[in-house]
Ligand binder design. Structure first.
Ligand SMILES: C[S@@+](CC[C@H](N)C(=O)[O-])C[C@H]1O[C@@H](n2cnc3c(N)ncnc32)[C@H](O)[C@@H]1O
Length: 218
């Protein structure tokens, strides 16, 4: 069973004082998440630690703007996921997968290439009293997928190819992104743009606080 101490140990791979604390992201306060506790930064970071955090951030220990917006969107429109098999790719803390499970998805998977993220998803799903299965790759999902969700996975340009992979793997894709102003493909339609900030707040440039939600075009 995953416990808070496992998440702390995972965080300390890059930040020796790293510690998680439970909080409710401002953009989706209905979901409780174990996330990075910013209070531990009250003292100075060593140069090596600052470099390590920037070079290889523990993405799962923050809730990104798009995750909050997409989770809230799903909670406000439960019909999007109701009775469906949903796979959330690049799940991080698991906020979108947890929202899908809370909103009535039949089965919910959280997929992330980072095993530490899958620990966080397991812990956060327990915290919100929902069942979320974890996988490292879409290939591990053997049942038919009804809906793929993904929030803030396009920060890595290598992931642009996922946009087509998603539409080949599921009849519907719901994507949220705060990094790319114009998608590099044309088979997604912009639904809405909503403002949010990474939680805990990383004080990013304002341009990264505009989250665009897209639905795959039929
Ligand atoms: C910026 S975080 C977003 C996390 C979460 N969706 C949110 O909005 O809070 C991106 C996450 O995607 C994961 N990731 C990146 N590339 C991936 C890929 N090709 N397949 C699955 N997960 C990926 C990272 O490990 C990380 O946890």
């Amino acid at each position: 069973m995953i416990q808070v101490e496992n998440l702390n140990l995972n965080l300390r791979k890059t930040l020796s004082k790293g510690q998680v604390a439970i909080s409710q992201p401002a953009g989706c306060p209905d979901i409780n998440l174990w996330l990075f506790n910013p209070k531990v930064l009250e003292g100075p970071l060593s140069h090596d630690e600052a470099q390590a955090v920037v070079a290889e951030p523990a993405y799962w220990s923050f809730c990104w703007a798009s995750g909050q917006v997409l989770a809230k969107y799903i909670l406000s429109h439960p019909e999007i996921v109701k009775d469906k098999v949903v796979v959330d790719v690049g799940s991080g803390s698991g906020i979108v997968a947890i929202a899908a499970a809370l909103a009535g998805a039949k089965v919910t998977y959280a997929c992330d290439i980072d095993e530490d993220a899958l620990d966080a998803v397991t812990m956060n799903a327990q915290e919100n009293k929902v069942k979320v299965q974890t996988v490292k790759s879409l290939d591990e999902v053997s049942e038919e997928i009804d809906l793929i969700t993904a929030a803030d996975v396009l920060y890595d340009r290598d992931n642009f190819s996922l946009l087509t992979r998603f539409t080949e793997s599921a009849p519907q894709v719901l994507l949220a992104d705060s990094r790319i102003k114009t998608l590099p493909v044309d088979h997604y339609e912009l639904q809405t743009t909503i403002e949010a900030r990474t939680w805990p707040d990383l004080n990013e440039f304002e341009e990264f606080n505009q989250v665009r939600i897209y639905l795959s075009a039929l």
